[in-house]
Design a protein around this ligand. Structure first.
Ligand code: AMP
Ligand code: ZN
Length: 137
């Protein structure tokens, strides 16, 4: 079994609020959301960061991030988005499996970068995940 947290989420051995998946990627809610709806997109295949990732996985993860942002646009009606990738500790990376942060932004949200990770609210995250998964929005 892999000791990579996001490989564990991809394999299903670590629980997550998964909201989208395809052949190459899995998307799930961030447990420390920077704003309501903050989610992560990862390639199924392990790679550490932007420098290592296979270009086809990078392309697939980017397309999945756009798909997720479009879904958020319908369901959460944010005012904008930040797509963020942290590559190496000097650039705030803490989990060493490539990921896009898809962060919906709201005109009056108080987010400043880098945000300070704070756990949960678990129920709110689960409720947003259910909306993002459902077909009727
Ligand atoms: P980074 O600092 O760019 O490497 O981002 C790692 C992200 O993973 C952070 O925003 C964390 O809140 C998030 N994270 C850590 N553990 C989990 C987990 N078990 N499920 C979902 N997100 C997580
Ligand atoms: Zn991994």
């Amino acid at each position: 079994m892999s000791d990579c947290l996001f490989c564990g989420i991809v394999e299903g051995s670590i629980p997550s609020q998964t909201v989208d998946s395809d052949e190459r990627t899995v998307s799930f809610m961030d447990i420390n959301p920077a704003t309501p709806g903050h989610a992560l997109v990862v390639p199924r295949a392990h790679s550490t960061d932007l420098i290592e990732i296979d270009p086809e996985d990078l392309a697939a993860a980017s397309v999945a991030a756009q798909r997720l942002a479009r879904r958020m646009e319908e369901v959460l009606e944010p005012d904008g988005f930040n797509l963020l990738n942290a590559c190496r500790p000097a650039a705030w990376q803490t989990v060493f499996h490539y990921h896009w942060h898809v962060i919906p932004r709201y005109e009056d949200d108080p987010l400043e970068l880098p945000w300070i990770p704070r756990g949960g609210p678990e129920e709110e995250i689960a409720a947003i995940a259910a909306k993002l998964r459902s077909d009727d929005g």
